[in-house]
Design a binder for this molecule. Structure first.
Ligand code: ADP
Ligand code: MG
Length: 284
């Protein structure tokens, strides 16, 4: 796999332009590479710098110090910013703020229209994008009549129609009900299967466990970085920085603490049930 997004010693200070001396670095001397085609979850408590990081990834923000490159393009180069934003799409938290048109298909067509894509090609891309989020049958509907999960899938279709190489989801499931969250997560997993680079910022640990890699942010720096099992097996360290672990990981952690022989870092319900069954059978 090759490097797609690269941060080298990046610092970002929201107050850097103001001369009031009040300095607060939202991102502190952070270095990180995101591989092409990978699925990276970013977790961290409120204010730890996740959204700032996301905005640095696609050039909405440029570093105060250090360098961000997307496919080798420096995001601080204004001549390249259009290209950077086209390659790295972003889906935000509130689906209502992302809907711009009066029908679903017009909404999905909006971004490629702005990119100057040919009308016949737009038609094709809109159909494909709606198909991939399973919203084709709603194409003539008004977005205002959709559920939160459906609106968010339309927002994702709009990004897909730009044909980016990477999509960042910044707490895109946070405002949805469990059904909506499930629909959006399924859509995200499908994008990953198709080779898209996916960056998932989330508060839901059961979403993060699906990633290839989990990056834990704390105070503008990376606190932990590893595969989900490596990260979530460190229950105490995560608790110290006010983070949860997946429910089954917590259950297994408590049982281990009480002397039961369960493997460390269990993440999924099925494997936990399997491990518990083994334990019971041995105990008989
Ligand atoms: N527009 C802004 N102006 C000033 N400070 C900001 C702004 N956005 C975020 N911050 C500050 O930067 C830090 C990181 O915020 P953010 O990246 O939004 O964290 P997260 O997404 O993890 O909650 C916080 O201390 C926050 O208060
Ligand atoms: Mg945020």
């Amino acid at each position: 796999m090759s490097e797609f997004i690269k941060l080298e010693n990046v610092t970002f200070d929201y107050s850097a332009e103001e001369q009031n001396g009040q300095h607060h670095e939202a991102i502190k001397n952070l270095s990180l590479s995101i591989e092409k085609g990978s699925f990276v979850a970013i977790i961290g408590h409120n204010g730890s710098g996740k959204s700032t990081l996301a905005k640095l990834f696609n050039g909405i923000l440029v570093p105060t110090n250090g360098r961000v490159t997307v496919d080798g393009m420096d995001t601080s180069n204004e001549d390249l910013i259009f290209d950077v934003r086209r390659r790295v799409g972003m889906v935000f938290q509130n689906p209502d703020n992302q809907i711009v048109a009066t029908t679903v298909e017009e909404d999905v067509a909006f971004a490629p229209e702005n990119l100057g894509v040919e009308p016949s090609e737009i038609r094709h891309r809109v159909d494909q994008a709606l198909e991939s989020v399973k919203m084709s049958e709603y194409k003539e509907h008004s977005p205002s009549q959709l559920s939160g999960g459906q609106k968010q899938r339309v927002a994702i279709a709009g990004i897909i129609a730009m044909q980016p190489e990477c999509i960042i989801f910044d707490e895109s499931t946070a405002m949805l009900d469990p059904q909506g969250r499930k629909e959006v997560l399924e859509t995200i997993l499908k994008l990953k299967e198709r080779g898209m680079t996916v960056i998932l910022i989330t508060h839901y640990m059961n979403e993060a466990v699906n990633a290839d890699r989990v990056v834990v942010m704390n105070g503008g720096s990376i606190e932990m970085d590893g595969n989900p099992r490596e990260v979530f097996s460190q229950v105490e360290k995560l608790r110290e920085i006010e983070l949860d672990v997946p429910q089954v990981t917590d259950l297994a952690y408590r049982l281990r603490r009480d002397g039961f022989e369960l493997p460390e870092g269990l993440l999924f319900e099925e494997e936990t049930i399997g491990a518990l069954m083994k334990l019971f059978e041995r105990g008989k």
